[in-house]
Design a protein around this ligand. Sequence first.
Ligand code: SAH
Ligand code: SF4
Ligand code: F3S
Length: 480
Amino acid sequence: MQEQLTTEKVILEERQGEAVDLPGTNGHGKKLYVESYGCQMNFSDSEIVASVLIKDGFQTTRIMEEADVIMVNTCAIRDNAEQRVRGRLDEFRRVKKTNPDLVVGVMGCMAERLKTKLLDEDKLVDIVVGPDSYRDLPNLVRVAETGQKAVNVLLSREETYADIAPVRLGGNGISAFISITRGCDNMCTFCVVPFTRGRERSRDSESIVEEARQLFADGYREVTLLGQNVDSYLWGGGGLKKDILAKGDLTGTVSFAELMERVAQVSPLLRVRFSTSHPKDLSDDVLHVMAKYRNVCSYIHLPVQSGNSRVLDLMNRGYTREWYLQRIQRIRELVPECGISTDTISGFCTETEEEHQDTLSIIEAAQFDFAYMFKYSERPGTLAAKKLEDDVPEEVKGRRLQEVIDLQMRLSEESNRRDIGKTFEVLIEGPSRKSPDFLQGRNTQNKVIVFPRENFEKGQYVNVLVQDCTSATLKGVAVR
Ligand code: SAH
Ligand code: SF4
Ligand code: F3S
């Protein structure tokens, strides 16, 4: 999902999920309202949750006021992500005043981080459920309906929800997410994810390929394979990645490159994307598969975080500035015209002015097309919170972030200007945001292209000649 490149929009957790109206299957008629914050994995998880509760007889609704159960899928990545959820809980409190039987559940990463503390802190909340316990939701809802508090925050070594067919919420019917791994073993010192999502495990490769086949049969034309570090995917019959590696024999296992190839073979008309790649694990094998299959999109999201090797080491990222730049060069060699985007963190513990300059210079050297840019936000319980001092003053963090944003704005605009005069194959996603007379879709590099509707329809591939641009969007006209 590409965001507008403005200061307020660079924050990932602003992606809000849409609740939708869907019928339940065995209808006790109760209504579920789901709202999602955070990364794509959370949006994908909300589709699992909807599936579990629809099987239990719920129907979904877009109207918060008519819900019997409100579930909010939360993010804990930065403090402001949690503050936003607290704001929403205030809103739900208002609804509960008119409907005292309303059940309010908090799920996802903030639920896992705060556990029962959330119940003490916020009397409104009835259910707290962590990312690995969604199968237990029908049971938790029943407990909450009796007026008791219901909690399940157990993390699992096995759970991948492989057998649950997600209910596609609020999508365009063309692009869908498929979760391929859960959890993360990387322990970047700033990051809360290993604590909220548990150990890394991969999902059965067959169930992933089958889900892609089914989506294609249902009219979808693009799948995004999701994980915190997709390059680390390794299917070996189940269990934790570390246990599969400990066996020392990789016969019969499926790597990320192999998985992606199998998904690419579902149909040449099914585009394949993936997110997120980790610079320390992005292999040449993956780049070769990208080069070999036209339907594997030429786009990599490769979070750099910092351009300085000392800071990267403090972050425990497992690579240096030179390694990162060498990976970029390899992408450019093997996948020419590849779109590349990144994430950055400004003002990490002890970051000096010179080290910040290194981040600016790596951005310039890598020539990113797009970036999500953040200020460091200390997260309780992380290694950085325990061992390092959050000593960069707030206004310095803010100024450094603004410099990063200004630079990236310029690079994004330059990157878009270079596309003027080029023709791209675009997968049409639907009407443009601004006018029903225009359609929008993406090129393989993940750039949004807007063009006059004519007789085209969503789901079609069309060649579009780019004639104009802003820093966020390309504008063009279809050519035959
Ligand atoms: N698994 C992905 C990133 C997941 S979180 C990866 O390793 O790249 C998405 C982004 O949020 C990160 O890339 C990082 O830039 C940012 N982020 C994570 N923790 C943060 C923190 N404590 N403060 C500010 N930004 C943070
Ligand atoms: Fe967090 Fe690092 Fe894992 Fe990404 S790779 S989720 S930043 S610990
Ligand atoms: Fe947020 Fe959890 Fe994703 S902390 S970024 S929702 S994995």
